[in-house]
Design a protein around this ligand. Sequence first.
Ligand code: NAD
Ligand code: UDP
Ligand code: UDP
Length: 314
Amino acid sequence: MNSVLVTGGAGFLGSHLCDRLIEMGKNVICVDNFFTGNKRNIAHLIGHPRFEVIRHDIVHPIYLEVNEIYNLACPASPVAYQYNPIKTIKTSTVGMVNVLGLAKRCRAKVLHASTSEVYGDPTVHPQVEEYWGNVNPLGPRSCYDEGKRIAESLCVNYHHAHKVPIRLVRIFNTYGPRMDPNDGRVISNFINQALRGEPITIYGDGQQTRSFCYVDDLISGFLKMMEQEETTGPVNLGNPVENTMLELAEAVLEHVDSSSKLIHEPLPQDDPKQRCPDITKAKSFLKWEPQVSLKEGLGKTVEYYRQLMDQESA
Ligand code: NAD
Ligand code: UDP
Ligand code: UDP
């Protein structure tokens, strides 16, 4: 019986992945320490005969029998990963070693969730996988960026030394239902500010760019990457449509009838000025490209946060 481990399975991306794997008929073990994850993300799966959840921190060893591992455990929002930077580093290093040790023992395939942050504040645009990046190794984002770079190196070296089958995906900004409304990321901030009629906080002049991928598209990319045998990656997964933060604020306000005004706040240190994936490799190896437009995806995300607010105020 095919057993799949999802670390970070109670988080935003992990919980959507668990849903899709269950739909596909797999046995799913979700491992999470609930640092940024939430029980409400997986509440509907509890009691399903093919779903199991274990509260566990991957910084400590774990012994399970599985065929495939999706390693998503790691806080993803800058506010969350800078809360305890040393813990963030341990998760991407010691935690990654434990995941790879488990994969080696079980002969399991590992898909690791890397990030566009390995490119830092990029000087090559759009970013291709061959670009080595422009990361400040000492800055406030380094606990995340450098941790993820070590995690990639660990994967590649376990592959070479122990023949662990690996799949590396570099994820660009992804959004959708179940993003923690308080995690400080731009889409959750803007939508929740608009819904509450609070000022929309634009950091800096708002001309910095990001490329936003809807969660369902991203998860399809994960599944295709795991299935194919042509490449270990890294493969960029993201939406190549690039927007400034000012454009994003306007797009959010088109969905929410709101009295919110835009205000400017200081730009955080080392905030990348631009980010956009080159997805040539994903198109050729995975036959994958995003299908959901920002307009459609924002609509679904706004709906989710509206329902969450209604539940909380009930
Ligand atoms: P998230 O914070 O919602 O999910 C991360 C999950 O990992 C949470 O449930 C958290 O409790 C769990 N976790 C953290 N540290 C752990 C540990 N030591 N042991 C066990 N569980 C732990 O974030 P997300 O957006 O779902 O991101 C999932 C993965 O994708 C992360 O690895 C992140 O770096 C990567 N990623 C996400 C994005 C994005 O835009 N969402 C972009 C690039 C990379
Ligand atoms: N490990 C684990 N689960 C397993 C196998 C290994 O958590 O099923 C951990 C184990 O604690 C070890 C790490 O993964 O420290 C790396 O394992 P590996 O076999 O590569 O190294 P070694 O055991 O030789 O240190
Ligand atoms: N940002 C913003 N207002 C906010 C939150 C974020 O203008 O309330 C900006 C932030 O400075 C960055 C972009 O939006 O330029 C994306 O930030 P996020 O934290 O979502 O992701 P990351 O910086 O990791 O791409």
